[in-house]
Design a protein around this ligand. Sequence first.
Ligand SMILES: [Zn+2]
Length: 212
Amino acid sequence: MAGTQGVRVDHAVSSGTFTLDGETFDVDNNIWVVGDDTECVVIDAPHSVDDVMAVVGDRTVRAILLTHAHDDHCRVAPALRERVVAPIMLHPDDRPLWELTHGSGDGVGDHLWDVDLGDGFEIMVGGTTLRAIHTPGHAPGAVCFHAPDLGCVFTGDTLFQGGPGATGRSYSDEELIERSIRTRLFELPPETVVHTGHGDDTTIGAERAGMD
Ligand SMILES: [Zn+2]
C-alpha cells in the first residue's frame, strides 16, 4: 500500500543509569520505534539491545536515530548497530558527549556515529517522513524528530510533560533550550503529540500553555 497506512509508533521503557559530572542516577528511558510491518527506525538506544529488539521484532531497522548523546540515550547504539546493521545518526554538535560514553577512539576506527543529523534532515520509513529539528539547549546537538503525517514529535530530553528538560549540568544551556522550544517546537500544530525521552506523552499546545 502506498502512503502511510500501517505506519505506527511502538514504545518500550528501558531502565538503567545516567552519569554526568561525576554523578550517577537511576533512570527509565523511552525507546520509540516508528515504522510498518517490514521496516522501522529506532529513536534512542538507552540501556539494553534486547529491550530495543523486543519492540523491533523481525523488522528491518533503517536507522538508529539519537535525540542526543547523553549516555542514557546512546549507550547501546554501537551494539545495536552491530546487531541490526543500520547507521547511527546524531547531530555532530554532540560529539563531546558521545566521546564521554564511547571514547575518542584515538582518531581511528568506527568509534563514531555514521550520519550527521543536520537541521531539516529527513528520514523516510514505511512511507512516512521524520524531519530533524535541531533544538540545542539540553545538549548542544539535541534534535527532535517531527513526523507530520503521524501528528507527533519525538523530543528526547528537550521537552517533557511539564516543561523543558534539565539544563543544570555540563554542555547544557537554559536560555538556549527555551529559545529552541519557543521558536521551533511551539511552531508545530498545538495538537501535535509529544513523545518524550522519559515519562509520559504530552502535546505542544499543553506545554505552550504551561510556559506562557
Ligand atoms: Zn539527556
